[in-house]
Every structure is written in C-alpha cells, then in structure tokens.
Write a protein that binds this ligand. Structure first.
Ligand SMILES: [Fe+2]
Ligand SMILES: [Fe+2]
Length: 544
C-alpha cells in the first residue's frame, strides 16, 4: 500500500494488524485533509498576491489623486472582503485626519474620491490640552502607528464610537468587526489611516478580521502610502512650476500697464480655441487634445512673450513715433512756439504745422512722400536755443516722424523681433517635463506666419504646428481688441475681424483656423467678459 495515499487503506482484521491498519487509515485521511487545506491556503494567498500586485501596479500608475485614493480603499476592501471602509489622510499641519473616501457597499454609499469632496469635519489627533486623542481608533492608529483589530465595535472598551453609531442609526446598519491600519510611507512617516468595517463571508455574515487580513492590508498600506507621497511630491513640484510661470507672466504683464493682462488673455483665448477644435467633429475630426495637452497650450500662452523681459519698456508700449521714455511731441511743440516768437507773421502756419506734427506722430496714417516732404520743410526751419542756431527738428525726430506705417522704427522693430527670438531661446533652455516639452515650440513660434515671412526664424507653413497657429491668432486677436493703450482705443470686433481677414488673405495667419474661430462664436464669449460695450458689434461673415 506504500505510495498509494490517495486510496483508502482498508484492512478488516480484528487483531493488532487490523488496529494498525485503521490507524494508518486515520493518518492517511488526516494528511489528505491537511493537503486540501494547504492547497486552499496557497490558492488564497496566490489570489491575494495577484490582487495585491494588480492593485500596486494600478497605484503606481495613477496620477489623479482622488482616483488614487479611491483605488486604495477599493483595493483594501477587496483584499479583505470588507463591506465598508474609510480612507483618512493627515492634514498638512499634521493636527487632524481628513476624510477622503468613505464607502459601504451593502448601503451603496460612496463618498469622496472621484465622487467629490466629503464635508464631514476632520478628526482631531490631539485634544485641547495637547494630549493625544486616544478615544478615536483612527486617531490612535495615526499617532501610535498601531494596527487595531476590533471584533465588535459595540463591545469594545476604551474607544469612542459615537460617530460610527450615529452613522449606523441613520443608515440602519450594524458596524461590527473593524481593522484600522496606519499608512506609513518609505520615510516611516504616517500620512493617513485606512479603516475597514465588517469583513464578510460568501453568505454576507460578518467575520472577524484575521492575521492574513492584517498582513495583506499592511503591505497594501505601504504601497498606498508610497503612491500618495509620490503624488503629493509631484503635485508640489507642479504647483511650484505653475506658480513660477504665473509670476513670470505677471511680471511681463506688469511691464506694460497699457497692455496689462495680455499674456493671461492670450492663454485664455488659445486654450478655449484649442478646446473647441478638440470637441469639433466636422472641421477637425482628427484633432483631440487631452487635458494635459490643453494645459501645455495654456502654459505656452502664459509664456509666449517671456522674451519681453528684455524689451525696453518704452518700446513695448511705444504708442507714438516720438515716444522714448516720454513722448517728445511736447518738446517739439515747444520748439514750434519758439519759432512762432521769432516769426509772428507765420503764426497761422505754425498752428497748422503743430496740428500736422501731432497727427503724424500718432502713426495712424501712411506717410506718403508728400507728407514726408512737408515734414522735412518744417524740420529745416531755423530756431535759436541758448544762442545756438539749429533746425526746428533734430535728425532723430525727423527719422522717427518719418516712420511710414505705425510708430516703430527699424531699430524698435528689431528690438521687438528680438523678444520672439529671446522667448524661444529662453524656453528652449528650460528642462520642461515630457508632457510640457512642446511649450518652447508652441510659444516661441507665435510670430511665425504660414507665408514664411514671420519671425524669428521665418518658418514655413509645414513647419508650424496647429498649436502654434492657434497661439498666433490668439496673440493678434488680443492685441487688436486691447483697449488699454494710452492713445489707442480697442477696435470694434468687426474691425478686428476685417484686419484678421486681410492677414489671412496675405497668408500671415491660418485662414481655416480664423474661419473656425469666427464660426465657433468663441470671440463673442471672450468679448462679453473682456471688451468694452462699444467694441461689441456684429461681425459680417468672413470672405476667405
Ligand atoms: Fe509676442
Ligand atoms: Fe503677445
């Protein structure tokens, strides 16, 4: 019969050999039972390990904090077959435990995590006199780091279960067995507590938590604490980066009180446009931006003019041709008055010359050759200052007033073009994390044009990403509508779109994108909150 333990060992003799036989049979049966038990235990452990591995993998890859926290509680409930549970995290001052997720499967209760915030008051870890709050199991576990296993909360001594009992009464529930596990991270710091309620068997009977539950929960808790700590550290870095970006954006906006809020508004316009494109299924059916990509566009918007840090303030805001640190027009008028004193008979001419100089200084009109000739005539008239005869206008004043279009000289323009090159340069040197890696390109190309005539690099249409084209339109639209310039009113929407339409025809901006922006009606939403009443008018259908 050796080696045949799977078959019964029957020996029907009444003598000693018979007795030995039945004792063999007894041992055989016992061994068989133990083997079944061990196999069962091994199987359960295997399932636990599999579950634990699956949960741990999910924990390490989940970056959304509320989802992560819910995943932890769900995992712990699953591993221990618990009906309910609560996940607390320590408050940032370390003085209390905040409710983050609460679940009771049999009552269909799910709060916190992905279901929104829980408004229940937090549990104080210390009493008013500063002594540890030992009455609350969760607080005690958070303070001492102990695992607490309670067979029946209604029978347990030394703890205050008023809150649990109130919950039970309100929900017609009976909390019984409870397992409380501290969440300890890799630095041996307790960051929260996991509280499990009512371990259930297959028939929904409440069981007491066992050693196995304690061990699996502890190993889950350490994985969970690590995942939470990582998430908190990453979030801290992200918050720091965002705060830093916002403060740079503020500094650039503050540089010009007139164009105040430009970068913030450009970021808003660009992000809204990108969202609408992502949601659209007709014109851009294949374009989908994830939340992270939208965030990337938003940050690119905030950083697009970062190079303006080095542009002289008087050029950022050069509203008239004669403006340097101040507008020299007053000084020019003073010189005209001096000329009038010397030639009283030309007083009428001086009046009209002053008017002429004031007008061309604003840079509103194109300077034809005839206008430049008139300017030169005025300039060449002689005046005497401190006994020295000189031209009414200096060469530099004539040079600035002769600017044919706008208020910027070539040198001013170079300084401004420089900002785009510098923006690109500065952004390219920043080690952005992978998900924000395209910021330099999106932000740095906002003055490039599909025609290839843009700056700083003169890229062509194929080299411009959709995001950078979005940024370009947002930048121009904001600049056109901005009403906070000293000598310039913000244009009406109809005028803005006329100019944008011309720019699209000249291939300076993406025509399809402009059309989409117009048809989406997004500009109306922007106008309602950002523009003045008089600017908001009807925009005719674009002819592109
Ligand atoms: Fe710019
Ligand atoms: Fe800009």
């Amino acid at each position: 019969a050796a080696n045949k333990l799977d078959e019964p060992f029957i020996w029907n003799r009444p003598d000693e050999l018979g007795l030995l036989g039945s004792s063999f049979e007894f041992t055989r049966k016992e061994l068989e039972n133990r083997t079944i038990q061990i196999n069962r235990m091994t199987l359960i452990q295997k399932i636990h390990i599999e579950k634990l591995t699956r949960i741990a993998t999910a924990l390490s890859s989940e970056s959304h904090m509320p989802t992560l926290l819910e995943l932890i509680l769900d995992g712990a409930k699953e591993l221990t077959s618990s009906d309910g549970g609560t996940l607390y995290l320590k408050s940032s001052d370390g003085k209390s435990l905040n409710f983050h997720v609460v679940k009771t499967s049999s009552l269909d209760i799910a709060m916190g995590g992905t279901h929104g915030n829980i408004t229940w008051p937090s549990l104080p870890l210390y009493l008013e006199d500063g002594s540890p709050n030992k009455e609350m199991v969760a607080a005690l576990s958070a303070i001492t780091g102990e695992v607490i296993n309670i067979h029946d909360v209604y029978e347990a001594d030394g703890f205050n279960f008023e809150g649990t009992k109130r919950f039970d009464a309100a929900n017609n529930f009976r909390s019984k067995s409870m397992l409380v596990i501290p969440l300890r991270n890799h630095e041996d710091e307790i960051i929260g507590v996991l509280q499990l309620i009512n371990k259930l068997d297959e028939n929904k009977n409440v069981l007491v938590f066992d050693e196995e539950d304690k061990n699996t929960s502890l190993s889950l808790a350490s994985q969970a604490a690590m995942a939470i700590t990582n998430r908190i550290l990453i979030k801290g870095l992200e918050d720091l980066l965002m705060a830093f970006i916002e403060s740079i954006a503020k500094a650039i906006d503050a540089k010009s009180p007139y164009t105040g809020g430009h970068v913030r508004k450009v970021a808003e316009i660009a992000t809204e446009l990108a969202k609408a494109i992502s949601d659209d299924n007709k014109k851009f059916p294949h374009v989908k931006f994830s939340d992270e990509e939208l965030k990337q566009i938003h940050i690119a918007g905030l950083m697009h003019d970062i190079g303006k840090i080095s542009t002289p303030v008087h050029i950022v805001d050069k509203a008239t041709k004669l403006e340097t640190i101040f507008d020299r027009i007053e000084y020019v008028i003073l010189k005209c008055e001096l000329f009038r004193l010397m030639h009283p008979e030309l007083s009428d001419k001086v009046d009209s010359d002053i008017e002429f100089l004031k007008t061309i200084n604003k840079g509103g009109e194109f300077m034809s050759d005839a206008l430049i000739d008139r300017l030169k005539d005025i300039a060449s008239q002689k005046i005497v200052i401190a006994g020295v005869e000189q031209n009414l206008l200096t060469d530099n004043e004539v040079y600035n007033l002769s600017i044919k279009k706008g208020t910027l000289t070539k040198e001013d323009r170079d300084a401004i073009i420089g900002h785009a090159a510098l923006s690109l340069n500065m952004l390219e040197t920043l080690p952005f994390p992978k998900k924000l890696a395209r910021i330099p390109e999106i932000a740095g190309n906002h003055h490039e044009q599909p025609s290839g005539r843009g700056y700083p690099r003169g890229l062509n249409a194929e080299e411009l990403s959709l995001e950078s084209r979005i940024m370009a339109i947002a930048d121009i639209f904001e600049a056109l509508t901005a009403s906070d310039r000293p000598y310039k009113d913000g244009k009406k929407l109809s005028e803005c779109f006329k100019i944008l339409e011309f720019m699209a025809k000249d291939n300076e901006i993406d025509a399809e994108l402009l059309k989409f922006y117009y048809e989406s009606g997004l500009y109306k939403d922007y106008a309602r909150t950002n523009l003045k009443e008089y600017q908001i008018d009807e925009v005719e259908k674009l002819n592109i």
